[in-house]
Design a protein around this ligand. Sequence first.
Ligand code: HEM
Length: 118
Amino acid sequence: MAQDAAKGEAVFKKCMACHRVGPDARNLVGPILNGIVGRTAGKVDGYKYSEINHNAGEAGLAWTEEALLDYLADPNGYLKKFLADKGQSDKAVGATKMAFRLPNEQERRDVIAFLKTK
Ligand code: HEM
């Protein structure tokens, strides 16, 4: 399945209810997403994460393209499974604050291609 960063920029409008990218980006409801592809989860300066998002980062979650592809389909389910697979289900407390899903796989691929440019 191909990835299209230009289409992903349009998809990112859905994310902009809560996130910004670019030189003037600030944390809003969600953290800034500059440089998110490849970064460790839960590490944006000055952003107060949920415990489960923070703990997944501490357990080694990195936002690879593959991780983002699964995460964006079901953020809470993804974080729970990640911690369970690490044998750290006790760290899967509460729920992520990211109450948004992107069910369409092509849109997920395209928005990831866009984020790679930021
Ligand atoms: C967290 C991506 C839409 C609210 C995150 C994270 C990523 C992400 C990668 C984890 C950041 C990190 O670990 O540093 C996206 C993308 C979206 C999207 C690509 C659109 C396709 C939204 C929307 C909302 C939202 C629409 C609000 C309704 C949040 C919040 C967090 C978060 C509150 C922090 C989660 C926590 O601390 O548990 N998002 N997001 N996101 N997102 Fe989104």
